[in-house]
Design a protein around this ligand. Structure first.
Ligand code: ZN
Ligand code: MN
Length: 476
């Protein structure tokens, strides 16, 4: 079965105030603290477009490589829900702020272009709280009027992994140009996925199912995987796959039917009469374009050319701006290859294991340089440095040299101590020793590994290898 996925991502634009009023955009305030007649939807109140929101949206369009619309117009999207007091959402229908653009993902070792259909500006709705009272729900309108950019991809994604990569790059791009922080825990990036399956590439696209309530990149991946399996099973049984909206349940790791899918005409879109359309001059667009920083893709090419990095290493290092800046300041004091090895190896492994971002790590540039120097001067083995020293330095927030001494992590090069570990290993592994004697040279490497383990990674690996071969040749 072939899978087709399109993503609709709502990104919260990072303005200080809301899109159509002067209320501050704050996270975690007491309910209904940051509201005014406009975002409460009181009759007679009038919206005014926030200039900062507009420019951030424009930056987002340009970062994606899209074409900004020179005719700027807003529309009303009508629907009823208790968290939407006006009974409509101000959005953009036939003239989105941006059209087109592309995000590149890695698919099976190759670069695949995912086309962007559109980016439009809109306001967020409020929030229903169901846990404040046992027999009723509470409406919190702090979020109403929060500025959003809705970014819709073409159905070019073919797997859950590609969807995950797309989101990772989209987030990096939005952060790089300062359009949004994309902090998912604060709801600054929300994603809906449209998933369909078909037997052959020549078949028309299958009925699409929209999945909502995807609150993390991991949830997006798991939900798509689950949904593809559910649809494939239904297809095999000869069942009809309904066009519908389903909700992802993160606890039960399943999707559930929510409602049959609505069509655009159900929303009875019409022009927003309270916001006058205006035209944007080409020069103004170019002025904004000139303020854009180096984008991740350009940075990636530069890292490969300037520092001789592999595409893989450069890809990891340029995803987050903080990480790229960190790398560039470190290479002033050490070789690019060594710094890259540390950052894409042990540091990346630590970041992944803790499920945090590089910027949340709190690793100082001088600490990494010092660790590199300690390994280069044989004061510590690379193994002990990456497995023991690095986590301790990060957790204790102390200088590597001091931590190394306190934890007794210095590399052991003393022959007597090394010989003791080696003898113990040889005694404990008679079978492997016999293998070595019968000509299996690889057996020696296993024994070296065991001796390193015995030393808790502290032994000087080059000396251990030398002494091991010596000792084995003496053992009968
Ligand atoms: Zn307001
Ligand atoms: Mn929307």
């Amino acid at each position: 079965m072939l899978t087709t996925i399109g993503l609709e991502v709502h990104v919260q634009l990072g303005s200080k105030t809301k899109i159509f009023c002067g209320c501050e955009v704050l996270f975690g305030s007491a309910p209904n603290k940051n509201v005014c007649p406009v975002c409460l939807g009181l009759p007679g109140s009038l919206p005014v477009l926030n200039k900062q929101v507009f420019y951030l949206g424009l930056k987002a369009v340009l970062a994606l490589g899209g074409e900004p619309s020179t005719f700027v117009k807003f529309d009303r999207k009508n629907y009823f829900y208790p968290d939407l007091p006006k009974g409509y959402q101000i959005s953009q229908y036939d003239h989105p702020l941006g059209k087109g653009g592309v995000i590149e993902v890695m698919a099976g070792g190759q670069i695949k272009k995912i086309r962007i259909n559109r980016l439009h500006l809109e306001e967020d709705a409020g929030k229903l709280l169901h846990d404040q009272s046992p027999d009723s729900s509470v409406v919190d309108l702090n979020r109403a009027g929060t500025p959003l950019a809705e970014i819709v991809s073409e159905p070019d994604l073919e797997s859950a992994e590609q969807a995950y990569e797309y989101l990772t790059f989209l987030k990096a791009l939005m952060r790089a140009v300062g359009a949004s922080e994309c902090d998912m825990e604060k709801g600054q990036l929300r994603c809906d996925a449209n998933v369909s399956i078909r037997k052959n590439a020549s078949d028309p696209l299958g009925k699409r199912v929209e999945i909502k309530n995807l609150n993390s990149f991991k949830a997006v991946k798991a939900a798509i995987e689950h949904e593809v399996e559910r649809q494939s099973l239904a297809y095999e049984k000869g069942e009809v796959i309904a066009q519908e909206t389903r909700l992802w349940d993160d606890t039960r790791q399943k999707t559930f039917s929510m409602r049959s899918k609505e069509e655009a005409h159900d929303y009875r879109y019409f022009p927003e009469p309270d916001l006058v359309p205006f035209t944007l001059k080409k020069e103004e667009i170019e002025k904004i374009r000139a303020t854009l920083p180096e984008l991740p893709k350009a940075k990636l090419s530069r890292f490969i050319a300037q520092y001789g990095l592999s595409a893989y290493d450069a890809g990891i290092l340029t995803q987050e701006k903080e990480e790229a800046d960190f790398f560039e300041s470190c290479v002033k004091h050490s070789s690019p290859k060594t710094v890259a090895n540390w950052m894409t190896g042990p540091v990346a492994a630590y970041v992944n294991a803790k499920s945090i971002s590089f910027s949340e790590l709190g690793l100082k540039q001088e600490w990494l340089i010092e660790m590199i120097k300690l390994v280069e001067s044989s004061a510590i083995s690379f193994q002990a440095a990456k497995e023991k020293l690095l986590p301790e330095v990060i957790e204790q927030k102390k200088e590597p040299r001091q931590v190394m001494k306190e934890k007794g992590l210095e590399q052991v090069s003393d022959d007597t101590q090394l010989m003791q570990w080696i003898s113990e290993v040889i005694q404990a592994n008679p079978k492997v020793v016999a293998d070595f004697k019968s000509g299996k040279e690889a057996a020696a490497m296993f024994l070296v590994g065991q001796a390193m383990k015995k030393s808790q990674g502290k032994a000087n690996p080059i000396k251990v290898k030398e002494l091991m071969i010596l000792k084995l040749s003496q053992t009968s």
